[in-house]
Design a protein around this ligand. Structure first.
Ligand SMILES: [Zn+2]
Length: 260
């Protein structure tokens, strides 16, 4: 059974004497944008695109995955979504990144593929290329990874507390972009010697090293808070230097880590 934009469906559709015709059936979604753009250039008129499957009446909610996908298509083609009936504000790119990172998007593989190809093609002409680069790295089939909810790009030196599954993922995600000073765990002497190339050390050793933030990579709320309180008491870590937000599962692959 075909679904969505399929010629076999269009050919069977009837409404009174109207026939439905499908044009550009062989054009992928993102390649429709330059065609629409040439219409804009010819007629000096921006059409409103109706893409949303959430909002009734033909408008766009600008918040669902389909609106987000369309906004990304437009931005990748150098267009302003606001001119095409979508509401796109500064910072929305991060909402879109969040949307993509919190859900497994195997169904979107085809769309991800075309976006990646187009982005590579347009990379030289796009002002937003740096912000959009994560799309190229996004892997819809990569397993979910534990990740800190947010991370400040300004943190220079990071300590990871916890050498279990969450800690291991934190290290893999953070290593390419930040300096990991050390990995510590209360049970350091019973654990594997190395995780992701880092020696697991005793938390007491933290006082001998300078760092900006210690990230507690523990999913269990009680255990994570206990660690936080313990670090404040002994060895006396400044509370401001402790990041104890609950870890989240993110999709898209290890290279996919952008925070705001
Ligand atoms: Zn929508």
């Amino acid at each position: 059974m075909p679904e969505g934009n399929d010629l076999r469906i269009y050919e069977k559709m009837k409404y009174g004497f109207c026939e439905f015709k499908m044009i550009d059936a062989d054009v992928c979604r993102i390649d429709k944008i330059p065609i629409i753009r040439s219409f804009v250039d010819n007629y000096d008129f921006f059409p409103t695109l109706h893409v949303c499957f959430r909002k009734k009446g033909g408008n766009n909610c600008s918040k669902c995955s389909k609106c987000y996908r369309t906004m990304l298509d437009l931005v990748i083609c150098g267009e302003d979504p606001n001119l095409y009936g979508l509401k796109y504000e500064d910072g929305d790119l991060y909402n879109i990144i969040d949307q993509y990172s919190y859900h497994r998007l195997e169904d979107d593989t085809a769309f991800m593929d075309e976006m990646q190809n187009k982005l590579i093609k347009n990379s030289n002409d796009l002002a937003l290329y740096e912000e959009l680069k994560w799309i190229i790295d996004y892997d819809p089939f990569a397993p979910a990874m534990w990740s800190p909810k947010q991370i400040n790009p300004k943190w220079d030196k990071i300590v990871i507390y916890g050498a279990g599954n969450a800690g291991r993922d934190y290290v893999r995600l953070i290593k390419p972009s930040w300096k990991i000073v050390m990995v510590v765990d209360k049970a350091w002497d019973t654990m594997e010697l190395l995780i992701e190339g880092y020696r697991v050390r005793a938390p007491e050793e933290m006082v001998y090293r300078s760092f900006d933030k210690v990230l507690i990579a523990i999913d269990d709320d009680k255990a994570r808070n206990d660690v936080k309180q313990r670090l404040i008491l002994e060895p006396g870590i400044d509370e401001e230097k402790i990041y104890a937000e609950k870890p989240v599962k993110k999709y898209g692959g290890a290279k996919f880590l952008y925070f705001h």
